[in-house]
Design a protein around this ligand. Structure first.
Ligand code: PLP
Length: 376
């Protein structure tokens, strides 16, 4: 394959089909996908309700932009707000996590008239100009001549440093409640509550980036609810459409009221296919009790994974980082040979598990057995 820009590290497998939590290559070799296409395949593959809703919506109306109202778009927004933490009142749909964060930051700057953002060391918020400016280590690939605003970095989970950093100059604090790319590093409830308190006191926006950890992955609709924190803005993407590309930025009523017609826009965001997928994803999570499933099986994974090469576990729900006593890439290769896909992380000693929410006990048994096999 030479036509594509060579910018990705790729796995040495080519899936041609997916069903449930499994991927299959052309030779019929089966992989239990505990990576989920990078936290995207929220309901696994070939989910009957997702496929049926996609088919029905595609037949009815394949695409229309925001130049017309659509009942399906409105319904998806209502479902998402009801699923999210109380206090978020309006949704702006877009296409990717970076775009959702870009819009979140833009609104925070416009509403406060300030110039600085506080971000957390280890963060990943995306690759567009504003999102990359608050992504740790982006200086290695940023590319633009300068960042569009000032960024103040605070150490991970340090309440005192946070309190000192947020002040009258702060437009927003942006944070992933569970840092995904960094290796499923979860912030404490004490830090999250402090984040809410200090931003409120400073008149700054609290932006929770739940692009990776949202949509039920933590065992709660969003990590916001797990910590009892309502942000001013919450972004989500990845699993939002169960694999259909889409993203959302959810706003408090106060911030939403600062926006006028023409302030934000997109061609594809909130299209009818994406909206139909969002509605079915939320419906399925609720109907099938998937949040309870995630919480129960996450506890099993955390407890039973320890031993052999696994020395510790971090993260929440189905965004888990397993610390291993050797380079994670060796463990990932052994898991792959045993038919289990997992993810790497910025931390070279972390194996990341981001399986679909529809995992069952048998799948957990298989992951644990593969980890034991990888330990020898
Ligand atoms: C927490 C977080 N925010 C934002 C992004 C960027 O999302 P996208 O790749 O859809 O632009 C990612 C992608 O990995 C992410 O993990």
């Amino acid at each position: 394959m030479t036509a594509l820009l060579d910018v990705y590290h790729q796995l040495p497998i080519e899936p041609v089909r997916g069903e449930g939590v499994y991927l299959y290559d052309a030779d019929g070799k089966r992989y239990l996908d505990a990576y989920g296409g990078h936290a995207v395949a929220l309901l696994g593959y070939d989910h009957p309700r997702l496929v049926a809703a996609l088919h029905t919506q595609a037949r009815a109306l394949f695409f229309q932009s925001n130049v017309v109202p659509l009942t399906i778009r409105e319904r998806a927004a209502e479902r998402l707000l009801a699923f999210g933490p109380p206090g978020l009142e309006r949704v702006f749909f877009s296409n990717s996590g970076a775009e959702a964060n870009e819009n979140a930051l833009r609104v925070a700057f416009a509403a406060t008239g300030r110039r600085e953002v506080v971000a957390v060391e280890g963060a990943f918020h995306g690759r567009t100009a504003a999102a990359a400016a608050v992504t740790a280590g982006s200086d290695g690939w940023y590319g633009f001549p300068r960042a569009p605003f000032d960024v103040r970095w605070v150490p991970f989970d340090d309440v005192d440093a946070l309190t000192a950093a947020v002040g009258p100059q702060t437009a927003a604090l942006i944070v992933e409640p569970v840092q995904g790319v960094a290796g499923a590093r979860d912030l404490s409830t004490a830090w999250m509550l402090a984040a809410r308190r200090v931003t409120e006191q400073a008149g700054a926006a609290l932006i929770l980036d739940e692009v990776q950890c949202g949509m039920g992955r933590t065992g709660y609709p969003f990590a916001a609810q797990a910590h009892g924190v309502t942000p001013d803005i919450l972004t989500t993407a990845k699993g939002l459409g169960g694999g259909f590309p889409c993203a959302a930025t959810m706003f408090s009523g106060a911030l939403a009221s600062t926006l006028r017609k023409g302030d934000l826009g997109t061609t594809f965001g909130g299209g009818p296919l994406a909206a139909a997928m969002i509605e079915v994803v939320i419906d399925t999570i609720e109907r099938d009790g998937l949040l309870a499933n995630v919480r129960r099986l996450s506890n099993r994974l955390r407890e039973e994974a320890i031993g052999g090469c696994v020395t510790g576990a971090q993260g929440m729900g189905f965004l888990l980082g397993l610390r291993v006593d050797r380079p994670a890439r060796e463990v990932l290769a052994a898991l792959r040979d045993a038919g289990v896909l997992a993810g790497s992380a910025g931390d070279p000693s972390i194996v990341r598990l981001l399986p679909p929410l529809v995992l069952d006990d048998g799948h957990v048994d298989a992951i644990i057995a593969a980890l034991r096999g990888a330990s020898s």
